[in-house]
Design a protein around this ligand. Structure first.
Ligand SMILES: C[S@@+](CC[C@H](N)C(=O)[O-])C[C@H]1O[C@@H](n2cnc3c(N)ncnc32)[C@H](O)[C@@H]1O
Length: 221
C-alpha cells in the first residue's frame, strides 16, 4: 500500500512567522521549523486558497497507517506499507509498528521522524529517506502489477480485480484531500481504477482495498 503525494510536511520557511504558527510553537514549546504543518491549526497562514485546502493533512496519514497496520493482510505478513510525501520523501513503516491512537502523539512521532530520520530511537520501526520520487518508490517495491486508485479511473469491483492478479501488487492511493496527483502516479501504473462513481475519502478507499484483498485471497485458498 503506497500513500502517494501525502500532504505531510514540516511548516515551510515562508509560513514560520505567521501568528498561527508562532502561537502553536509557543504552546508546544518547539521552534516553528520543527512543527508539523496542520491545516486545522495553520490554515490562515496560507495566502493561496487552493493550497490552504490541500496542504497540512497529517490526519490522512494517521488514518491510512492505522488501517493498514491493523489490517488482516498485515497480521498475515502479506502487506508492506509506505508513505510518499509531497516533497518526495519516502517513509518506510515496519509491519510491527503500533500506531499511537491519539492525534497529538502521532504528530509528536512524525515530528521526531523528520528530525531524527528514524523512530523510535532504540529499535527503529519507521524511517524517512529524502529525494525519493514516486518512480523511485516503485523501483524499490518491485511489484508485478501497479494499480493507481483514482475517481476518474475504470470502474472495477475490487475483489474480482485482485482475484485476477498474481504476484505482488502495488496499490497507490493519493494522500491529499483535493486536486489530483502531483507525481505521475497514473503514468507509472499498469491500471487506473475507480471503486465507486463517488469521490471517496482516503480511508474509505484504503479500507475497501484491504478487505477486498483479504477476501480475494480466501476465495483462492
Ligand atoms: C480525497 S481523494 C482526492 C480527491 C481528488 N479530487 C481526486 O480526484 O482524486 C484522495 C484519494 O482517494 C482515492 N479515491 C477517491 N475516490 C476514489 C474512487 N472513487 N475510486 C478510487 N480511488 C478513489 C484516490 O486515490 C485519490 O487520490
Amino acid at each position: 500500500m503506497i500513500l502517494a503525494d501525502a500532504e505531510l510536511e514540516l511548516v515551510p520557511k515562508e509560513l514560520q512567522d505567521h501568528p498561527s504558527v508562532i502561537k502553536n510553537a509557543k504552546r508546544r514549546r518547539k521552534t516553528p521549523s520543527k512543527l508539523l504543518l496542520d491545516s486545522s491549526l495553520h490554515r490562515s497562514a496560507f495566502k493561496d486558497k487552493a493550497e490552504a485546502l490541500r496542504r497540512g493533512r497529517p490526519d490522512i496519514v494517521q488514518f491510512f497507517l492505522s488501517l493498514c497496520l491493523d489490517s488482516i493482510p498485515n497480521a498475515e505478513g502479506k502487506l508492506t506499507t509506505m508513505v510518499h510525501t509531497r516533497n518526495n520523501e519516502l517513509i518506510e513503516v515496519s509491519p510491527d509498528l503500533r500506531m499511537p491512537r491519539s492525534h497529538n502523539r502521532f504528530v509528536g512521532l512524525m515530528e521526531e521522524l523528520f528530525d531524527k530520520g528514524q523512530v523510535p530511537d532504540k529499535k527503529p520501526l519507521m524511517r524517512i529517506t529524502k529525494n525519493t520520487t514516486l518512480e523511485g518508490v516503485l523501483k524499490k517495491v518491485k511489484s508485478e502489477t501497479t494499480i493507481c486508485f483514482a475517481p476518474d479511473g475504470e470502474l472495477v469491483e475490487t475483489v474480482s480485480l485482485f482475484e485476477d492478479l498474481k504476484g505482488p501488487i502495488a496499490c497507490i492511493i493519493g494522500g491529499f484531500p483535493e486536486g489530483d496527483y502531483s507525481s505521475p502516479a497514473k503514468e507509472l501504473s499498469d491500471r487506473i481504477v475507480s471503486i465507486s462513481p463517488h469521490t471517496l475519502k482516503v480511508w474509505t478507499v484504503a479500507s475497501n482495498i484491504l478487505v477486498s484483498y483479504n477476501q480475494s485471497q480466501k476465495t483462492y485458498k
